[in-house]
Design a protein around this ligand. Sequence first.
Ligand code: BGC
Length: 424
Amino acid sequence: MGFPDGFLWGASTSSYQIEGGNEGSAFTAWERRRGWEPCAEAADSWNRWREDLACLKELGANAYRFSLEWSRLQPSPVDFDEKALSRYVEMARTFKEAGVRPMVCLHHFSEPAWLFERYPLGWLDPRACEAFVRFGDRVVRALRSEVSDWITFNEPMVWLMNGYALGLFPPGLRRIYALERTFLKEGLLENVLRAHRELYRLIHQDIPNGRVAIAQNIVDLEPARPGSADLEALSRWDLFMHRRALDLAASAHTLDFIGLNYYTRIFVSKARLPFVPLRVVPAYAELEQITGSLGLKLLGGRRGDRPRSDMGWEIVPEGLGKVALALWKAYRLPVVVTENGMADGSPDGRERFLKGHLASLEAAIAQGADVRGYLHWSLVDNYEWGSYRPRFGLYGVDRSGSFKRSQASGADYFRRVIAANGVV
Ligand code: BGC
């Protein structure tokens, strides 16, 4: 066995989580309001991106996924920072020349504060979509000679659930009890998909060999109990959280590959209480943190008993291969794992994690899944949307002032896998 020739090996990051100094983001104001740990300098990658490149080279990586910070590039609706844009162009060019193929994401959760000052309902207002397409058009044109691989949106469903249903991200709307109305009838998802379709068209117009994807967070779903009620609930959740956005993009022929962000599995049950959205209890660790384990049980939820990462997520390596194979069968489009990783403070957890997950991916490929790459989350320790406590980096970052990168657990193992182009 082994991975196909030309397989993309590397890591993923996002601008807000590692660059630092992005005070124009709505997320910064949000952190202050919620009393969360500030993002502040993050890993200072805006100034130290060459150090990040050195880490990628040390790993032997041939690909790197990063995102562009909208709030940095467009500090106000009418200003565009050409100097910042040139730095991104220089970054992409330098990565490429160093043999590290850049994959650029246009939207990774963080948005400019002015967007919500103008449009308090955010993406429920179609003008937010238009503003984003104008931004995307400009940056795609600037980067077209350097970048062929594009992600329009990172985890649209996770982002929209947090911002428009659970009130956890800007603009902070809590519409969980009107989930389908907000997402479907009021056009929230359609506004995002419209931006995706427009950007797909613009990218292909500008870049002849361009490839465009959405990076979708997909968890391995299991029914809480055998029997049709939980299976039906599972399909409803799968359709809502995983498939609808991809179906809409695929049916418009606006996907060249699918970005898969896989972290964990959850058990799904049919809700006993009628007011529960979609009549589904999806037993995420985050839900259990809110309800408590007793509360989750009373709701009819079930959590698995595998070891968990520092995020409380169950570690289920075979889920990666299972989900990748299912995606390939459903869409017949190449899959790139655009995120997979674990928050881990222990000395050897990440090596075990990598070994298990990559073995299951290798097996999925052997069964016919067209998987073209694996980008680990994350290259360096990042701001985890409210806290620096979870450590996802293959490289740790000294945040006491030097910002020095040093290999964390799993980095050397990953280097050996990349060198062998197979699980070692
Ligand atoms: C997101 C990242 C995040 C990671 C770990 C993904 O859902 O795209 O921004 O840091 O998971 O939680």
